[in-house]
Ligand binder design. Structure first.
Ligand SMILES: C=CC1=C(C)c2cc3[nH]c(cc4nc(cc5[nH]c(cc1n2)c(C)c5CCC(=O)O)C(CCC(=O)O)=C4C)c(C)c3C=C
Ligand SMILES: [Fe+2]
Ligand SMILES: [Fe+2]
Length: 353
């Protein structure tokens, strides 16, 4: 009889099995055919994804993935996710069994759930590795898991860490990583989050009519906008900026990785870079706090693409603040999330974080 009683399931977004075009195509199709990612009627999504986006995007995406692929460890996102799983398992000890899965591709959610079922665990703590809640990420993970387990005869106790935008240890790691780059030597700071189509925020408060600028999502987080991705991104930013004694004029929150022509959350990182260059800013320190591990969107998009663009505009340097990766305080934060403990930050309905 197994000693293991408590299951933990860490889930990140996913990455191709290799940077070869067929693997990148398979990954992009699974990812973009998710109705929470491209939230349009299924027939239009099929035409758009399989007929246009994937055939045109896959060869270029594969090229970018080849640039970040490590010859020993492969995809940085998968590599750090595996390290995080292993370190968390060590930290939690033999009473726990920690599985890792990716929402898209491998290691797969069905396999991880089958392992937990086989172990007959008492409980499963689901930890989607997205600090800020979005329907396209955490929402999609929850939907997929509930679909996968719907026929289980017995459900262990289930719980989800559905956001951790205000986790104190996570904030400390971003602050520590920034300090290694001597923030006083930079003339502006960007907090660049992964973007989302604006329409995906309309129902974050159940009204179907949520508008961030009316709900004050850039200024405060409260009982009404608590599930809004934008409100959570700005709250994370205020916590990191506060710890670094940055004034509001010292930094800009922005959103990257836009796909398609519909409006996404603004301001776009590429526009903010242009404005910073036009104002004569030379050295930018860039945080990417929507990710818990370095990946294509941090290493390539910020570290290479935006850095090159900024230099072409007359800037001198774009420095990415490293992600949480294998930092011991991040593993301690994961332990809190896995045990179901609060992040440690005082919370109240009307608190302006
Ligand atoms: C905060 C996390 C993420 C959100 C929110 C998110 C939304 C989102 N993404 C796309 C389209 C793409 N994203 C791609 C890569 C990618 N996205 C995230 C995280 C979030 N995405 C990560 C961690 C990664 C990198 C994975 C890696 O292997 O390193 C890609 C693929 C790369 C490319 O071709 O550019 C696409 C496409 C949409 C449409 C969306 C919201 C609706
Ligand atoms: Fe993405
Ligand atoms: Fe909002």
């Amino acid at each position: 009889m197994s000693k293991v009683k408590k299951g933990v399931l860490l889930i990140n977004l996913g990455t191709p099995d290799s940077p070869a075009v067929p693997d990148v195509k398979r990954y992009l199709i699974e990812f973009l055919m998710d109705g929470r990612v491209i939230d349009i009627p299924a027939w239009r999504r099929t035409l758009l994804v399989k007929g246009i986006i994937v055939p045109f995007r896959a060869p270029n995406s594969a090229k970018l993935y080849r640039e970040i692929w490590d010859s020993q460890t492969g995809s940085p996102l998968l590599h750090y996710s595996k390290v995080q799983r292993q370190l968390l398992q060590q930290q939690l000890g033999a009473d726990y069994h920690v599985e890792l899965a990716m929402r898209y591709q491998n290691p797969s959610i069905p396999k991880a759930l089958a392992n937990l079922k086989r172990l007959n665990v008492d409980s499963i703590r689901i930890v989607p590795l997205f600090p800020q809640y979005a329907s396209a990420t955490t929402g999609s993970v929850i939907e997929k898991i509930t679909e996968e387990i719907r026929d289980w005869p017995t459900f262990p106790a289930l719980s989800v860490a559905n956001h951790f935008y205000d986790n104190e240890l996570m904030v400390e790691v971003f602050v520590e990583n920034a300090k290694k780059h001597r923030p006083e030597t930079y003339d502006h700071f960007l907090f660049s989050y992964h973007g989302l189509p604006v329409r995906q925020l309309l129902d974050v408060d159940g009204s179907g009519k949520h508008v961030c600028d009316q709900a004050g999502c850039r200024e405060r987080i409260d009982g009404l906008n608590k599930f809004c991705y934008v409100a959570q991104c700005y709250a994370t930013t205020r916590l990191i900026a506060g710890r670094l004694d940055l004034k509001t004029d010292d930094y800009t929150v922005c959103f990257q990785s836009r796909l398609g022509k519909t409006p996404w959350i603004q301001p776009y990182t590429s526009d903010v870079l242009k404005e910073a260059a036009a104002k004569g800013k030379k050295r930018l320190l860039v945080f990417s706090p929507a990710f818990v591990a370095d990946c294509l969107e941090t290493i390539y998009e910020i570290g290479t693409e935006y850095a090159t663009e900024f230099k072409e505009l007359g800037g001198e340097k774009v420095q990415l603040v490293e992600s949480l990766n294998d930092h011991p305080k991040w593993i301690a934060a994961l332990e809190q999330l896995a045990r179901g403990e609060l992040s440690g930050w005082p919370k109240s309905e009307s608190l302006t974080l």
